[in-house]
Design a protein around this ligand. Structure first.
Ligand SMILES: [Zn+2]
Length: 406
C-alpha cells in the first residue's frame, strides 16, 4: 500500500523545489479523478477531506473507499484531514485512517490558537501523525464554501510564526499572504517578501490555502519560497459544475448518471495540470524510495480468564472494546473466542494501531491503564502479547516484529 509518511513526503517536495497538491474530495468521482491524474503523471498526492465538507458525505463511509483507492494506487499517497475544527475531529480522523491532520484555530486569538493546536499536536504525534497548523487568516470571498470562512484577511507575521512554531510543535504551517478561500475577485496580490521571510525564519514546509485562481508565475514563486503543499478545491468544484451544466445543455436524458458523466475526466484534467505546473509530476518513484511507508501495527493478545464465568468475561470484553476503540491511534478492536474447545488460549484481542508510535501511547493512555488494571489483568491469567508490523515486500522487504510483555 503506497501510503507514505506525509512529513517525509512534504520535506521531499520542500528540499527538491516542488509542491504536492492536497485536493479536497467530496465524492467518489473526485477521488477517482484525483488518483487517476496522479497515476497518469506519476505524482505524489494528498487526498484531503475537509471537516467543512462533512455535510456533503459521510466521513465514516467515504474513508474505506479512500483507503481502497490508496491500496490500489502505485503512486505515493497521504490522507489528510483538512480544516479540523477540534481535537475530537482530529482523533476521529486518525482512527478512521488519516495520516496527516490540520487543526484550524486561525480565527481564534493567538493564545487560544496555540493552546488548541498544541493539544492536537500532542495527541497526533503520539500516533506518529504530523500536523499542519494555520496562522494568520485566509478568508473566503466568493464561490462554494466561501461563507464558511467569513471575515477579513489577517496576514501571517514572521515573529508570530516563529513563536507559534516553537509553542505548538506543528510540522507544517499554513500561512496567509494574500490568497483567499474560494474564487479570487480580480487579480490576487501576493506578499512574496513576507513569504520569503517566513520561510527563512522557519525552514519548514509551508502550505497555501486558496490556490484557485493564481497564475502559473505566482505558483512558481510560491514554491520557490518554501511552499510544499497547495490546497486546491474550488477550481475542481467549478470544473465539475461546468461539466454538469454542459451535460444538461446537451440534453442528458439518462437521469443522474447522464448528468454526472465525465466529472472524473474533468477533475483529473485539472489535477494533472496542477501536478505538472507545481513540479510534482514524475516524482512518484523518488518519493516511494525516500519516504517511510506508513505501516499499521497489529497488537495481538491471546489469553485465558480465571475467576469469572463466561458472562463475566463477555462483560469485561464489551467494556474493553468500548474504552479501547476511542483511544487515539486505534483503528479497530477485534475480540474473539476460540472456535476449538481444546484451544490453548480461549480469548483474543486484536487491536490495530495506525502506526508503531501508538504501541507506547496506547499503553500509557489512562483509558487503557484503568481498563487493564481494574478489569483485564486481574482475570487474565495466562496470556501472550505481541505487536506485529505488516510485512510489505514491496515497500521495505523485511518484517519487523516487536515482542513485549504486558
Ligand atoms: Zn483551506
Amino acid at each position: 500500500m503506497p501510503l507514505v509518511d506525509m512529513k517525509d513526503m512534504l520535506h521531499h517536495g520542500y528540499d527538491n523545489g516542488y509542491a504536492v497538491g492536497a485536493f479536497d474530495l467530496v465524492s467518489l468521482d473526485f477521488l477517482e479523478g484525483i488518483i487517476s491524474a496522479a497515476e497518469h503523471c506519476r505524482a505524489p498526492v494528498i487526498l484531503s477531506l475537509a471537516e467543512s465538507h462533512f455535510d456533503y458525505f459521510d466521513f465514516e463511509l467515504i474513508m474505506p473507499a479512500v483507503e481502497a483507492a490508496v491500496h490500489r494506487a502505485t503512486v505515493p499517497v497521504a490522507i489528510h484531514l483538512d480544516h479540523g475544527a477540534s481535537l475530537d475531529t482530529a482523533v476521529r480522523a486518525i482512527n478512521l485512517g488519516c495520516n496527516g491532520v490540520m487543526v484550524d484555530a486561525s480565527h481564534e486569538p493567538m493564545p487560544d490558537n496555540i493552546r488548541c493546536t498544541r493539544d492536537v499536536v500532542n495527541m497526533a504525534h503520539a500516533c506518529g501523525v504530523p500536523v499542519e497548523g494555520e496562522l494568520g487568516y485566509v478568508p473566503g470571498v466568493e464561490g462554494e464554501d466561501a461563507e464558511r470562512h467569513p471575515g477579513e484577511i489577517t496576514y501571517t507575521t514572521v515573529a508570530e510564526a516563529r513563536s507559534y512554531m516553537e509553542q505548538t510543535g506543528v510540522d507544517f504551517l499554513a500561512v496567509s499572504i494574500g490568497t483567499v478561500h474560494g474564487r479570487m475577485k480580480g487579480k490576487p496580490e501576493l506578499d512574496f517578501q513576507r513569504l520569503k521571510q517566513i520561510n527563512e525564519a522557519l525552514g519548514v514546509p509551508l502550505v497555501i490555502h486558496g490556490g484557485t485562481g493564481l497564475s502559473d508565475d505566482q505558483f512558481r514563486r510560491l514554491i520557490a519560497n518554501g511552499v510544499a503543499k497547495i490546497n486546491y478545491y474550488t477550481a475542481l468544484s467549478d470544473a465539475a459544475a461546468k461539466q454538469i451544466n454542459e451535460n444538461t445543455r446537451a440534453g442528458a436524458s439518462s437521469g443522474f448518471t447522464g448528468l454526472v458523466k465525465n466529472i472524473r475526466t474533468v477533475v483529473a484534467a485539472e489535477v494533472e495540470r496542477c501536478m505538472r505546473l507545481w513540479g510534482a509530476a514524475g516524482r512518484a518513484d523518488e518519493v516511494l524510495s525516500c519516504c517511510r511507508p506508513w505501516m499499521p501495527v497489529e497488537h495481538l493478545i491471546i489469553y485465558n480468564v480465571e475467576g469469572i464465568d463466561k458472562t463475566g468475561a463477555e462483560t469485561m470484553i464489551a467494556e474493553g472494546r468500548q474504552v479501547l476503540s476511542t483511544i487515539p491511534g486505534v483503528r479497530e478492536v477485534f475480540t474473539g473466542e476460540a472456535v476449538q474447545d481444546a484451544a490453548k488460549y480461549r480469548y483474543t484481542w486484536l487491536v490495530r494501531f495506525c502506526h508503531s508510535a501508538v504501541i507506547d501511547s496506547y499503553r500509557e493512555h489512562p483509558g487503557h491503564v484503568t481498563f487493564a488494571d481494574r478489569l483485564f489483568r486481574p482475570v487474565a491469567g495466562e496470556r501472550i502479547s505481541i505487536d506485529y508490523q505488516m510485512i510489505d515486500p514491496v515497500a521495505c522487504g523485511s518484517s519487523n516484529v516487536v515482542i513485549q510483555s504486558t
